[in-house]
Design a protein around this ligand. Structure first.
Ligand SMILES: [Zn+2]
Length: 583
C-alpha cells in the first residue's frame, strides 16, 4: 500500500497534459487540449484534456478520468502501478513497507533488465554480422521474416558455442550470479550459455524492456524445439505475452486482439500489417494473461491450428475465457495450416476476411464437447452439463435463444427441455452483475436541468459549493447519479478546501459522466441568480410533490394534523413563488 499523502503528492506533481502528450499528440484548444482519442478510432479529435481540472474526456467513446486512470486504461496498469510510474517520473520516492528489501529487489530488477538488454544486443548483432549465423539468417528468410521485423523485434542468434555470451557479458563487467538468476547461463560446476545454436526471440515487457527469451532450435535433432527463459525476478511466463509491447496501441485502436500460438505466427501477422496480435509463451493462455488483456479489450479472437493439440489447447482456453466473461471467438484455420503459413499464402486482406468467419465460443465449445463425449444419452447429458453454465451469464434473450436452437438441433433435444435444464442450472449459479464501466453514460439519461446545472457549477467553481450546501437541496435530487456526484464534490471540497475533479472522480461510480459534465461546464457562465433559481426550483418541485401526497391523504381521511401541514406548505410555496415574481 502507498500512503494516501504520497498518492496526493504524486498527483500534484504530475501534469496530465504532459503525461498524455507522451501517447497522444495534443493541440491547444481554448483552455483545453484536444487530440485523437487513443481509446477509439477517429479522424476528428474528440479527446479533450483539461490542464486546469487535470482530467480528460472523450466525447466520442465516453471514456474519462484523471492522470492515473489515463495510464491505467491506456497502458493496462493497475492503480498502484500507475502511481509508481508517475512517482518515478516526478522523482518522488515512495515509502513502502519493507523498504530495505524492496529497494534491493528494485535495484536487482533493474540490473537484470539491463543484463537482458545486453544479451539481446549480443544475439542480435551476432545474427546480423557473424558468418556462422548464416544458417539462422537463411532460416528466418525461409520463414519469410523481413529485415524490418528482425530489427524491430531484435531477433537474434545464439552461437553454437558454450561460453560466448558468458564471456561477452563478463567482459562488460556483468556479475555471473546475475546471469544465473536471469537464466542466461546454467550449469553446476562449469557455467555455460543456456541458449546455443538457436534463433532468439527477446521477450519484451509492456515498456519494451527485455525480460526474457524464447529460442528455437535450428537443427532437426536438437531438443526441445523451443526453449524459453526460466521465470525470474523480471519474467513470468504465465503473465507475459509475446509482442504485447508492440500490439498494445493497436489493440486499443482496433478494439480486438488476435491470439496465436507461437512467435512466428505473431511475427508473420505483424509482417503483413496485422498488428493487434499477441502469443502466449509456450504455454496455453493463462487466467493472468486474459485478465491482463481485458484491461485493453474484451474482444478476443483465438486463431489456432486445426490439429488435435491445437483444438485441445483451445478448449482449455475457452473455459477460462468464459469464466472471465470476455467476448471470445474462435478461428480454426484450414487443415494443416498455422496462422504463419496461412497469412504468408493469402495475404492480409484474405486473412482478415477469413477471420471474420470466426466461430462463436459457445458453438465451438458445443462442437468440441460433442466430439469429446459423443452423442449417447450419457454423452449428451455431459455435454449439457458442461455447456449450460456458460449460457447463464448471457443477458440478451435473442442471443440465448439462438444458442439454444443450435444446441437443440445438434443434440436432438427439444428446446423447452434445454430451457428447463438451463433454469435449474442457473438457479445454482448466481453471478454478480457484470461490472460496467460507467452505467450512467450507457443509460443516456435526460437529467433534470436544475440538478445538472448545480452539479456543473460545483465542478467548475468552488464559490458556489457553500451556497448550494446551505440551500439544503442535495437530498432532494431525483437523479441518483447527480446526487452522488454533488455529495462527493461537497465531501472533497470540505476535505481539501478546494474542488478537485480528479479526486471526486476516483470516488465516483460514474467517472465518465463526471468528466463529461465538467468539460461541458467550461462553456457555462454561472452567477448567483442562476444558482439561486436552480436551488429554488428543486425545492419547489419537492414541495409540490409533498403537497400532492398530502392532498391524496386528505382525500382519504380528514386529519387536522395533515391539514395543518398542508396549509403551511401551501403558504411556503406561495412565498417562494412570490419571491420569484419580484425577481
Ligand atoms: Zn474515444
Amino acid at each position: 500500500m502507498i500512503p494516501q499523502d504520497q498518492i496526493e503528492q504524486v498527483k500534484e506533481r504530475s501534469d496530465i497534459v504532459s503525461v498524455i502528450s507522451e501517447y497522444v499528440s495534443l493541440k491547444s484548444s481554448g483552455t483545453n487540449f484536444k487530440g485523437l482519442c487513443p481509446f477509439h478510432s477517429e479522424n476528428t479529435p474528440s479527446f479533450m484534456v483539461s490542464a486546469d481540472k487535470q482530467i480528460f474526456h472523450c466525447f466520442g467513446c465516453s471514456v474519462g478520468g484523471n492522470v492515473f486512470t489515463f495510464l491505467m486504461k491506456s497502458q493496462g496498469l493497475s492503480f498502484i502501478e500507475a502511481v509508481e510510474r508517475l512517482a518515478e517520473k516526478t522523482g518522488i520516492v515512495l515509502k513502502k513497507q519493507d523498504n530495505a528489501k524492496n529497494s534491493k529487489e528494485v535495484s536487482q530488477k533493474k540490473s537484470l533488465l539491463k543484463l537482458n538488454g545486453l544479451a539481446a544486443d549480443f544475439y542480435h548483432k551476432y545474427l546480423l554480422t557473424s558468418e556462422s549465423a548464416e544458417k539462422a539468417r537463411a532460416y528466418l528468410k525461409k520463414r519469410q521474416i523481413s529485415d524490418e521485423i528482425i530489427s524491430k523485434f531484435k531477433l537474434g542468434y545464439a552461437p553454437d558455442a558454450w561460453e560466448m555470451l558468458k564471456n561477452h557479458l563478463l567482459k562488460l563487467k556483468a556479475p555471473l550470479p546475475l546471469m544465473v538468476e536471469g537464466g542466461l547461463v546454467t550449469g553446476k560446476n562449469k557455467i555455460y550459455d543456456y541458449f546455443r545454436n538457436r534463433v532468439i526471440f527477446p521477450i519484451f515487457d509492456i515498456e519494451g524492456e527485455v525480460i526474457g527469451f524464447g529460442a528455437r532450435a535450428l537443427d532437426a535433432d536438437q531438443n526441445p524445439k523451443y526453449l524459453n527463459s526460466k521465470d525470474s525476478l523480471v519474467y513470468s511466463k504465465s503473465r507475459s505475452l509475446y509482442a504485447m509491447h508492440h500490439a498494445k496501441a493497436h489493440i486499443l485502436k482496433e478494439g480486438v486482439v488476435f491470439i496465436v500460438e507461437g512467435y512466428f505466427d505473431a511475427l508473420s501477422l505483424i509482417n503483413h500489417g496485422v498488428n493487434n496480435v499477441v502469443a502466449p509463451l509456450g504455454t496455453a493462455l493463462t487466467e493472468e494473461q486474459i485478465r491482463f488483456l481485458k484491461r485493453y479489450t474484451k474482444q478476443i479472437i483465438l486463431i489456432f491450428d486445426s490439429d488435435a493439440a491445437g483444438i485441445n489447447a483451445m478448449k482449455r482456453t475457452l473455459k477460462l475465457l468464459l469464466q472471465e466473461e470476455v467476448d471470445a471467438k474462435v478461428v480454426i484455420l484450414p487443415k494443416g495450416k498455422d496462422p504463419d503459413d496461412f497469412v504468408n499464402e493469402v495475404g492480409k486482406e484474405k486473412f482478415l476476411s477469413f477471420v471474420k468467419s470466426a466461430q462463436d465460443k459457445v458453438f465451438f465449445l458445443l462442437q468440441s464437447l460433442i466430439q469429446e463425449h459423443g452423442t449417447s444419452i450419457q454423452g449428451k447429458i455431459k455435454v449439457l452439463e458442461e455447456l449450460m453454465p456458460q449460457l447463464t451469464p448471457i443477458v440478451n434473450p435473442m442471443e440465448k435463444s439462438l444458442y439454444i436452437q443450435e444446441i437443440s438441433q445438434a443434440l436432438s433435444i427439444e428446446e423447452n427441455k434445454i430451457y428447463g435444464f438451463l433454469k435449474r442450472g442457473s438457479s445454482a449459479i448466481k453471478k454478480d452483475d457484470v461490472k460496467r464501466d460507467d452505467p450512467a453514460l450507457k443509460k443516456e439519461i435526460k437529467f433534470d436541468k436544475a440538478e445538472k446545472l448545480l452539479v456543473q457549477a460545483m465542478l467548475k467553481e468552488e464559490q458556489w459549493i457553500s451556497i448550494i450546501e446551505s440551500a439544503d437541496i442535495l437530498d432532494l435530487f431525483t437523479h441518483s447519479e447527480l446526487e452522488e456526484i454533488s455529495t462527493l464534490s461537497l465531501e472533497v471540497f470540505k476535505e481539501k478546501g478546494k474542488i478537485d475533479v480528479g479526486e471526486v472522480m476516483m470516488k465516483s461510480s460514474y467517472p465518465a459522466l463526471l468528466t463529461r459534465l465538467s468539460f461541458e461546464a467550461q462553456e457555462l457562465d454561472f452567477n448567483r441568480k442562476i444558482i439561486d433559481d436552480c436551488c429554488k426550483n428543486i425545492r419547489m418541485r419537492y414541495m409540490k410533490k409533498v403537497q400532492g401526497e398530502l392532498l391524496e391523504k386528505l382525500k382519504k381521511e380528514e386529519n387536522p394534523d395533515i391539514l395543518n401541514t398542508y396549509q403551511k406548505l401551501v403558504s411556503e410555496l406561495k412565498k417562494l413563488t412570490g419571491g420569484n415574481d419580484r425577481a
